[in-house]
Design a protein around this ligand. Structure first.
Ligand code: HEM
Length: 283
């Protein structure tokens, strides 16, 4: 993933150039937060970026709480159909990318299609929200924004702290395989437990002043990428993108500011992945 840094820097700079050409105000979600992670995951997997409209819409519907179960299934099936065709094309005519590489292993078309669905879906609708919501958090905390602008060396820590502070995903539910005692409570084998990464990441016993955004704190140990065997497979890709994209944005536009009142920013409360629907900015 580290080898990708240069390409992420290039893609990021191109999007900042385009924002400059367009002039303010710009919706940061459309102009910056969505296309950069989407382009990177497309290049890695070998998915045509030109099809982004289609698969981004499906990926958003799969995570949406406004969609009915039927609509979610249809969106998932749409992604499967799209990637299934692509997998068959890669088998016939391999190119230099991850999906083509995986066709040389012993995965069936169905397995490979589902790997593709998971990677593409998780790749387009997560980092994008982190970037947009993270920028909103920085704009709402001017001292922190100034610290990041003054010291791009702070980027690694800043990204971990923003991941902790915002905790954009729900980890969901786990089922105990055996009786487990946790903080004086016995969770019986077979019982289901809803996990709150948000609560864990704001546990005052683990992080001092947890409700404060402090980019200088060593926020390692947060659970924003989950924990254990199912910990996020894409976390190093997300880190590379975020470590480049936040400092690049705030240094390119020293006067970056919200173009609408903070309370009017539409929050993405209708999705399993938290964020903002739009983030109009000026500079
Ligand atoms: C800031 C961005 C991201 C966040 C906050 C995030 C968060 C998470 C979380 C919390 C989990 C664990 C889910 C669970 O335990 O049930 C997870 C799993 C996963 N993530 Fe991410 N993710 C991000 C970016 C990505 C990207 C860019 C990719 C793809 C390249 C990706 C691919 C995956 C996959 C494949 C899994 C499932 C791993 C497994 O079940 O073994 N994620 N992610």
């Amino acid at each position: 993933m580290r080898l990708l840094t240069e390409r992420v820097e290039q893609v990021t700079a191109e999007h900042l150039d385009a924002m400059e050409r367009q002039g303010p105000p710009v919706d940061l979600v459309k102009a910056y937060a969505e296309p950069i992670p989407a382009l990177m995951i497309c290049e890695l997997l070998g998915v045509p970026f030109a099809d982004r409209e289609l698969f981004q819409r499906h990926a958003v519907t799969v995570n949406s709480n406004d969609a009915t179960p039927e609509e979610k299934y249809a969106a998932f099936a749409g992604l499967q159909g799209y990637l299934g065709e692509l997998v068959r094309a890669k088998r016939r005519d391999p190119t230099d990318d991850l999906l083509s590489d995986l066709t040389t292993g012993d995965l069936t078309d169905e397995e490979l299609t589902n790997v593709g669905v998971l990677l593409l879906g998780a790749g387009v609708d997560t980092t994008a929200n982190m970037l947009a919501l993270g920028t909103f958090a920085l704009l709402s905390n001017p001292a922190q924004l100034a610290a990041l602008r003054a010291g791009p060396g702070l980027a690694d820590r800043a990204v971990e702290e923003l991941l902790r502070y915002l905790t954009i995903t729900h980890t969901g539910v786990r089922t105990a395989l055996e009786d487990v005692e946790l903080a004086g409570q016995v969770i019986k084998a077979g019982d289901s437990v809803a996990i709150s990464g948000q609560a864990a990441n704001r546990d005052p016993a683990r992080f001092a002043d947890p409700d404060v955004l402090d980019l200088r704190r060593p926020a390692t140990g947060h659970v924003s990428f989950g924990h254990g065997v199912h910990q996020c497979l894409g976390q190093q890709l997300a880190r590379v993108e975020l470590r480049v994209a936040f400092p690049a944005l705030v240094t390119r536009f020293p006067g970056l500011r919200l173009a609408i009142p903070a309370e009017d920013v539409p929050l993405r409360t209708n999705s399993d992945i938290y964020g903002v629907h739009r983030l109009p900015v000026g500079w």
